[in-house]
Design a protein around this ligand. Structure first.
Ligand SMILES: O=C[C@H](O)COP(=O)(O)O
Length: 252
């Protein structure tokens, strides 16, 4: 039985005041329940947002980290720095990191390994571009991302990972993958996990859908038994929308 997970990714939005206000409103409405909730805020807000969440069941997440422990890496943040701030989850390999900051599968692999070593749960993002979907390359692209991001990751380590399938063409565009597309592609990812790590592991790993998730499409997306939750961008910036997404099972 996989516990559903709803993760909010604020990206480079909000400030201390609006962020604190948002998490207070959310934590007032979200009690410890059958769904895990994570808020991934920008680095400078982690300390304050973490304090606001200290009495709540909502967990703190970061949006990126470096794979080295310390050193001359200007502008970077280590896993240990995140741990000091109470971070439990970290998004790794988001398509915006891959595309804008040219992160490769190799870099993503090193980050996943380091997060696991430090017991921060990596939310590994994978997903295809529009032209890749239109030219029937989705499975090839995903296989390549998965194989190369999970090099030398053991079965035991893989059981701790969360995978987020985010079709790049659905991010921030208002275009959601149809529930059938999301279910089919996430089914492919689970099949890949089974091939690589065996059935027991493949049934343990949580796989999220991300890309224009809103209160009015979450129930439909979650109908697929293979989909265990969502990575939410824009709608995680609005308390009512995010709360309604978290409470998706009640709105179906
Ligand atoms: O990390 C979140 C995703 O990039 C989805 O963003 P979005 O919900 O604004 O489309």
């Amino acid at each position: 039985m996989r516990i559903p997970l709803i993760a909010g990714n604020w990206k480079m939005n909000m400030n201390h005041e609006s962020g604190k206000d948002l998490v207070r409103k959310i934590s007032n409405k979200v009690s410890a329940s059958d769904t895990e909730v994570v808020v991934c805020c920008p680095f400078p807000m982690l300390l304050e947002i973490g304090k606001c969440l200290s009495d709540s069941s909502i967990m703190l997440g970061a949006q990126n980290m470096h794979w080295e422990n310390s050193g001359a890496f200007t502008g970077e943040i280590s896993a240990d720095m995140l741990l000091e701030l109470g971070v439990k989850y970290v998004i790794i390999g988001h398509s915006e990191r891959r595309q804008i900051f040219l992160e490769t599968n190799h870099m993503i692999n090193l980050k996943v390994k380091k997060a696991l070593e430090r017991q921060i749960v990596p939310i590994l993002c994978v997903g295809e571009l529009l032209n890749e979907r239109e030219t029937q390359q989705t499975e090839r692209v995903l296989r390549d991302q998965l194989e190369n991001s999970l090099v030398n990751i053991t079965t035991q380590e893989a059981s701790k990972i969360v995978i987020a399938y985010e079709p790049v063409w659905a991010i921030g565009t208002g275009k959601t993958a149809t529930p059938e597309q999301a279910a089919e592609t996430i089914g492919f990812i689970r099949g890949w996990l089974k091939e690589k790590y065996g059935e027991t592991l493949s049934e343990k790993v949580r796989i999220l859908y991300g890309g224009s998730v809103k209160p009015d499409n979450i129930s439909e997306i979650m109908e697929s038994p293979n989909i265990d939750g969502a990575l939410v961008g824009g709608a995680s910036l609005n308390d009512e929308d995010f709360i309604n997404i978290i409470h998706f099972q009640h709105s179906s």
